[in-house]
Design a binder for this molecule. Structure first.
Ligand SMILES: [Zn+2]
Ligand SMILES: [Zn+2]
Length: 197
């Protein structure tokens, strides 16, 4: 176990989510897991036309702001705001290989996510701040939400470890274009992908 995964808390993330990832990621990657300081993502990375953060710029900002010690890990930022990337209208996550850094946007993974509701809120708050937890989650919804976060986080970590997309729809490395794609996956790598990490 010589690899360490470092979780970066971007802005504010519920502590229970971080605790859940810290508990579950070690068994998936056979790695140790640490949690680093908060990084505040500046509001100038918010694109007012698209009403989302520019994922590539967020990734670049994290790269510029992690310490020399942290850069030796696989760093994965957990972000509570909506992101786009290039021509993609939205993205659940982005990764870079050198250094190994990823960012996961958890907002669309929330069972109550509703684009219209959040866009309306955004018009009022130009910085892109809005209440994520509009209603209390049932136990079942909470499980779905947390599992989605774990799946997408593992998927993005997989990319930082140089894994591409997998044709096996149950594999964590299957493409995740929609929330249905994510729900269809299991929280495991297929044997082919497992051998590559
Ligand atoms: Zn992917
Ligand atoms: Zn696979």
């Amino acid at each position: 176990m010589d690899r360490n995964i470092n979780i970066l808390i971007l802005n504010d993330i519920n502590n229970n989510i971080i605790r859940f990832l810290r508990k579950r990621l070690p068994e998936i990657f056979n790695s140790s897991v640490t949690v680093s300081k908060h990084i505040i993502i500046p509001s100038y990375l918010f694109n007012c036309d698209k009403k989302k953060y520019d994922g590539k710029k967020v990734l670049k900002f994290i790269t510029d702001n992690i310490t020399l010690k942290e850069v030796k890990n696989v760093n994965i930022g957990i972000f509570d705001r909506d992101m786009f990337s290039g021509n993609l209208d939205y993205t659940f996550g982005l990764a870079s290989l050198f250094p190994k850094i990823g960012v996961v946007s958890i907002i669309r993974l929330h069972p109550h996510f509703n684009e219209d509701y959040f866009s309306r809120g955004l018009r009022k708050r130009k910085s892109g701040k809005f209440p994520l937890f509009v209603k209390r989650l049932s136990m079942q919804e909470k499980n779905i939400y947390y599992e989605r976060i774990l799946k997408e986080t593992s998927h993005i970590i997989g990319h930082t470890l140089e894994l591409g997309h997998c044709e096996n729809k149950r594999c964590i490395m299957a493409p995740s274009g929609t929330i249905m794609d994510i729900d269809q996956k299991d929280i495991i790598f297929c044997s082919r992908c497992r051998n590559l990490i």
